[in-house]
Design a protein around this ligand. Structure first.
Ligand code: PLP
Length: 367
């Protein structure tokens, strides 16, 4: 079976981890600082703060902006649960705004009517590796005095024009193994705001600048040097990984038939964390792909407003028609950089044959 993801661990990663282990410095240490500097340089911002996961990166960014009980943060229902969870952790309310049908990111035209006197931030999600419309969102945020916390968990190295994902307000990245680059578990917040970075560093470390003097209620959201060692080996490979993802995506764009392929906005460099098609009769589609040796996955079958921890918050599912439709139709197929050209050809044939078969079934059923 061609898997939906396959983390790339080479000799460099092993060597770096080995050195970290030999150094005796296992928790947050010099490798984390080095990784932060290198990652900030990749994104093109002044500061990067490493964390234990993408989830804690989102949480820490919100805490850094002093968001808490009584506040509202605008995000989308079509995302991984961590986006909305991170808002709930602070005591704030996630206000959900539907996504656009073409690029799966927040519908900018719906954002302003969702802003209230309690709104503190907008959390767009750069889903599947395509940045949300951050310039338009930044203009709205500026008009209303709001923060931008971009969920950039899936968009390492993506850009709009020459500006990278993670460089508007605060960007929160994940280094989970299936992501475009990994540290095992890990996260990073990138920003040009030095004060924000300082607050986040304080909160990451139990509110402590001087040893055992705790100025504020803080957390342990630290990354380990072992994880940073992996990240330092992965980061120089990111551009190559992303190029390969884009090359595979271009092949799919050219060859796939009978399914809806993803749309990329003009001027955007998409990094294809996922290549996500839309199909009718998805369950059967998944089964036929598997029979042909092709793994696939559904990101995400149940929108945030229909998840149990959010049920009591009183969302009206009628307000998210695009999300509901996408949740029923999306299907991600393998696009990771280790796919061989033969595997890519197998995926193309499997998708195209399945689309024909199921199309014929549909036609027969209708006839
Ligand atoms: C969109 C999105 N947000 C947040 C996260 C959370 O990241 P992590 O799993 O590293 O906590 C992920 C990844 O899993 C994600 O895909």
């Amino acid at each position: 079976m061609i898997p939906i993801a396959r983390p790339q661990m080479g000799e460099e990663e092993k060597q770096r981890v080995w050195e970290a282990m030999d150094s005796g410095m296992l928790a947050q240490g010099p490798r984390v600082a080095e990784f932060e500097d290198a990652f900030a340089a990749m994104v093109g911002v002044a500061h990067a703060v490493a964390t234990s996961s993408g989830t804690t990166a989102l949480h820490l960014a919100l805490l850094g902006y002093d968001i808490g009980s009584g506040d509202e943060v605008i995000t989308v229902p079509f995302t991984f649960i961590a986006s909305a969870n991170s808002i709930l952790y602070t005591g704030a309310r996630p206000v959900l705004v539907d996504v656009r049908e073409d690029d799966f990111t927040i519908d900018v035209d719906l954002v302003e009517s969702a802003i209230t006197s309690r709104t503190k931030a907008i959390m767009p999600v750069s889903l599947y590796g395509q940045p949300a419309d951050l310039p338009a969102l930044a203009a709205i945020a500026e008009r209303h005095g709001l923060a931008i916390v971009e969920d950039a968990a899936q968009s390492h190295g993506a850009s709009i024009g020459s500006r990278r994902s993670g460089s508007w307000g605060a960007g929160a990245f994940s280094f989970y193994p299936t992501k475009n680059m990994t540290t095992g578990e890990g996260g990073m917040i990138t920003t040009d705001d030095g004060e924000l970075a300082g607050r986040m560093r304080l909160l990451r470390e139990h509110g402590m600048k001087v040893r055992y003097h705790h100025d504020v209620l803080g957390y342990n959201f630290r990354m380990t040097d072992l994880a940073a060692a992996i990240g330092l080996a992965q980061l120089p490979k990111l551009a190559g990984f992303n190029d390969r993802r884009r090359a595979i995506a271009a092949r799919y764009d050219a060859k796939l038939r009978g399914v809806i392929t993803p749309t990329v906005r003009a001027g955007v460099t998409h990094v294809y964390h996922q290549y996500t098609i839309r199909v009718a009769g998805r369950d059967a589609f998944v089964e036929r792909l598997a029979e042909r040796g092709v793994g696939s996955a559904i990101y995400y079958p149940i929108p945030v407003h229909r998840q149990k921890p959010f049920a009591a918050l009183g969302y009206d599912e009628q307000r998210y028609p695009v999300t509901e439709r996408l949740a029923a139709q999306v299907l991600s197929i393998p696009v990771h950089p280790s796919l061989t050209d033969d595997e890519v050809a197998t995926v193309v044939d499997a998708v195209n044959q399945t689309a024909v078969e199921l199309g014929q079934l549909e036609a027969a059923a209708a006839g």
